[in-house]
Design a protein around this ligand. Sequence first.
Ligand SMILES: NCCC[C@H](NC(=O)CCC(=O)O)C(=O)O
Ligand SMILES: NC(=O)OP(=O)(O)O
Length: 311
Amino acid sequence: MNYTSIQDIDDIHTWVEEAKQLKANPLADIALGKNKTLGLLFFNSSLRTRLSTQKAALNLGMNPIVMNVSGDAWGIEFGDGTVMNGNTAEHIKEAAAVVSQYCDVIAVRAFPTLTDKTKDESEQVLSSFVKFASVPIVNMESATGHPLQGLTDALTISEHAKIAKPKVVLSWAPHIKALPHAVGNSFVEAMQKMDVDFVIANPEGYDLNPEITKDTPVYHNQEEAFKDADFVYTKNWSSYDNYGQVINTDPNWMITKDKLGAAKFMHCLPVRRNVVVEDAVLDSDSSLVIEQANNRTYAAQLVLKKILENG
Ligand SMILES: NCCC[C@H](NC(=O)CCC(=O)O)C(=O)O
Ligand SMILES: NC(=O)OP(=O)(O)O
């Protein structure tokens, strides 16, 4: 099996319960991954994914090997039939086949261009690994999704929910740079599978892909969306309609203690303090961000465990 999207989760409630069991007893399956190698390939920066996915592999007795593809490896060509007389030195056909001989599972991080919507939505890098590798592929954040993060967030909400059907808000917040939609998309897909009252808040012009948000309510008024919220999950993303553009940096969308009220604050990290969210939130008991990052290990461990068990 591959794990490339939240849609690869058959029953999220079962997966969340299984992740809780791994968290309670992380070394229970230490024999499962003996002599199995996990290759982690990074086309982009990472702190949490890089470390928590290795930690997950180690908890299963696997051997992780890591490569920063951008910079350290030869430039990889993804185009079919390309005359390779430019900057790329080897083709994904060879690269994926070669890495498959060294690894039993390959995990890949490859962000979007944010300039070419068609290319980003084709998931060129991730889908090329799926096509040309001969071992299972795990998505460590691709152009359009971050399913290890989405599973983590479902686990964290399940752990901290005080009522049967909590209200969860995904709120856009300002940022100086153009950021991907991947985290937002996977959070939306995860919440649509959970038993939660889920709404999205973002400024006009920042609606996510309607094929992903489907019938989830979208508010352009943050205050209205935050009413009676139990969890506020915050993330910046660039415009989807005006693809990859920053059309609004309105500081009034920053998350403050006042706006949050009694709700818990969530963010995938890294987060820019006092741009996305004020210090008073991150430094308070309302913030779940450190526990979220901890849960990345158990989400990754569950995915790797299922791959080891199912091939
Ligand atoms: N993996 C978690 C988020 C990664 C990325 N954030 C960033 O690029 C933040 C960069 C900055 O703040 O300069 C994103 O939004 O998808
Ligand atoms: N949340 C997350 O994926 O963090 P990194 O980008 O540091 O891996």
